[in-house]
Design a protein around this ligand. Structure first.
Ligand code: PRX
Length: 636
């Protein structure tokens, strides 16, 4: 029996040592014992950091949905696979068994096929957190189509950019979505977006909110009648280990979003293995991750990881504040949730509310708590530990990225003693390195540097869709023979890692990755704007918020500044989505620049963060006088 389930610290160290001594045999053993293959691999791993190219389990044949569904039917057919909790607490929860999921995925897959979707085609999924979202993801995987899920909070332009980047043939959406007390016109957003897309032949529409919507002749079809006619079985497409499974877009510090490509076998093995260990999942547990499937967390730890382990995974359609701030805890009590995985920003927002919202509910079912997406501050960690975990539930602070496919650095419950704000130790097979700016590895403990990974792991993204050069430049060029994460980290005296934040121009706002350049591009489209610079600054609930410095063209100066601020935020909302809106906008006559004309964001970050004691040497700036002016007009 391989060490699929690690149960104490001593065992972790043994497993870890074994995993780095011989990674190939380590992963081979896990792949062999815990998954279903149509053909075994010829080679566990081949890699080349120069190209860069990484292949895991090459030659193997499989279908991930057989691993996530079919193989459970004999022993767990009636067990709940997906437990759907609707936005409105008065609407009944749905318990979708593995048998039912099997049938629903087959029907959806047959509908996709009937619309001409074939292996390798791209399907865009733009749906709220309803069962059809998970079912569509799995249906694509069933027939070998590549899914590209776009978070349903993105705007029509952001959707269009993503659809065009990967030439999606089909879009599945809904007539609208429920979000707390509001409804959102998703179909309207799709219609607007598709004005700019030529590749889409079909739009399938789920009826979720009974809205009156326009259906475009020859393009749009209601899903339900097609499902009713569809066959209830669908033979899985047999895939190669390295066939793409999905594309998921993440923002970069510059340019268009990056379509990270994940492939089949390695992603499956790693997401399943990490799910089992990090959450110490046991057969009768009810696991709940509050993320949206539109993000990597939802892909790996709502859909693939849990289902590959035959787990019950909760899908929640709503928001933590509706009908009141007790909603999360009500759900925990109602479904006797055992593992609860959320983002620090949600914890901080809930911690600000009256404790009564927590104390009303019985949370004794909880065993393990998790956080993801951004650093968790000490105060939020303790609130979570005391009020939700009642000091009895280990907290796993999981560090990873869209690009890594699965959790990389995290405590293992009951094994790794947790320290607030530390993601602690690398999972088996993960070899972190801290690098200095000259490209040397910083060895030893009590050091900090740029976080890299120096050996391949099974679920790493293999390329950026349509732009392998950008993949190489972004992740493999800063440091030779290493994957560069873009994060800074420190390693303490016992070897625990603490992530200190991004070292590039990406800002993590409420756990969402936002590149500053695309936001600046959106602002600069405003006719009154000459130039802009966006930086992050610390925010009590969101972790970071966005601060914009905007230079107006002369003609703009006489305009009402509050109106301009609104217009700028509206533009950002239209181009990217409401999550990228700026909290503060300062109009300024200039921005500090180097002699080569580069904006000195370091200084702007400090000013926005109210940390001006040590601005460093500003004398080499092209316009040192502007620093004082910017400081004098800062928005507190
Ligand atoms: O900066 C790190 C931060 O989120 C980034 C990755 O964002 P994304 O690709 O959207 O994936 C988020 C969900 C996996 C990282 O580069 N981050 C993620 N988890 C943590 C974190 N920062 C600190 N602590 C974490 N646990």
């Amino acid at each position: 029996m391989s060490n699929y389930h690690i149960k104490h610290l001593e065992e972790y160290f043994q497993v870890y040592r074994k995993s780095v001594r011989n990674p190939e045999s380590y992963w081979e053993e896990i792949a062999e014992e815990h998954f279903m293959w149509h053909k075994r691999w010829d080679n566990v791993l081949s890699y080349d950091f120069e190209k860069p190219e990484f292949k895991w389990f090459e030659g193997a044949k499989l279908n991930i949905t057989e691993n996530c569904i079919d193989r459970h039917l004999r022993t767990r057919g009636d067990k709940t696979a997906i437990l759907f909790e609707p936005n409105n607490p008065d609407e009944e929860a749905q318990h979708i068994s593995y048998n039912e999921l099997h049938e629903r995925v087959a029907k959806m897959a047959n509908v996709f096929k009937s619309q001409g979707v074939k292996k390798g085609d791209r399907v865009c999924i733009y749906l709220p957190m309803i069962p059809e979202l998970a079912v569509s993801v799995l249906a694509c995987a069933r027939i070998g189509a590549i899914h590209s899920v776009v978070f349903a909070g993105f705007s029509s332009s952001a959707l269009a950019t993503r659809i065009n980047d990967s030439d999606c043939k089909l879009v599945i959406t809904s007539d609208g979505s429920f979000r707390g007390s509001k409804t959102i016109d998703l179909k309207g957003i799709v219609d607007e977006g598709l004005k700019k897309c030529d590749s889409v032949e079909t739009v399938l529409v789920v009826n979720r909110i009974n809205a009156e919507i326009e259906m475009k002749e020859g393009r749009d079809q209601w899903l339900q009648p097609l499902l009713e006619k569809a066959e209830t079985t669908c033979a899985p497409e047999i895939m190669d280990a390295e066939d793409p499974l999905f594309i998921l877009y993440t923002s970069g510090s510059t340019g268009t979003p990056k379509g990270m490509v994940h492939t089949t076998a390695g992603y499956m093995v790693y997401s399943a293995f990490t799910f089992k260990n990090v959450f110490q999942y046991r057969e009768d547990d009810v696991y709940w991750c509050t993320a949206d499937i539109g993000w990597i967390t939802g892909h790996s730890y709502i859909v693939y990881g849990p289902l590959a382990n035959g787990a019950t995974t909760v899908m929640f359609e709503g928001v933590p504040s509706y009908p009141d701030y007790g909603r999360f805890w009500e759900i925990v009590e109602k479904h006797k949730v055992t593992q609860f995985y959320t983002a620090p920003t949600a914890i901080r927002a809930l911690a600000k509310e009256n404790l009564e919202h927590v104390e009303k509910y019985d949370l004794t079912s909880l065993k393990v708590l998790g956080t993801v997406g951004e650093p968790i501050n000490e105060e939020a960690w303790h609130w979570y530990d005391e009020n939700i975990g009642k000091k009895k539930c280990p907290i796993v602070d999981t560090w990873w990225q869209t690009e890594t496919g699965g959790i990389m650095i995290s405590p293992i419950p009951y094994s790794t003693p947790a320290i607030p704000t530390f993601a602690t130790l690398p999972l088996p097979g993960i070899q972190p390195a801290l690098m200095d700016e000259e490209g040397n590895e910083i060895k030893g403990n009590q050091v900090d540097g740029r976080l890299c990974i120096k050996f391949p792991w099974p679920s790493m993204a293999r390329t950026i869709w349509g732009n392998h050069q950008r993949y190489k430049d972004t992740y493999f060029s800063a440091f030779k023979n290493m994957y560069f994460t873009g994060d800074g980290a420190l390693r303490d005296s016992v070897g625990y890692y603490r992530i200190t934040g991004r070292v590039d121009d990406v800002v993590i706002v409420s756990g969402h990755n936002l590149g500053t350049a695309p936001i600046e591009d959106a602002i600069n489209e405003h006719p009154a704007v000459a130039e802009s610079a966006i930086v992050g600054y610390p925010h009590e609930v969101k972790g970071n918020a966005l601060y914009g410095y905007v230079i107006l063209k002369e003609t703009g100066e006489s305009r009402n500044q509050d109106n301009l601020r609104k217009e700028i935020n509206q533009l950002i909302s239209d181009r990217i989505g409401p999550i990228a809106k700026l909290d503060k906008i300062q109009f300024t006559n200039g921005l500090p620049k180097t002699r080569s004309g580069k904006i000195m964001r370091r200084i702007l970050r400090k000013i926005a963060s109210n940390d001006t004691s040590n601005l460093g040497d500003t004398s080499t700036l092209l316009n040192p006088e502007i620093v004082q002016e910017v400081m004098d007009n800062v928005i507190k």
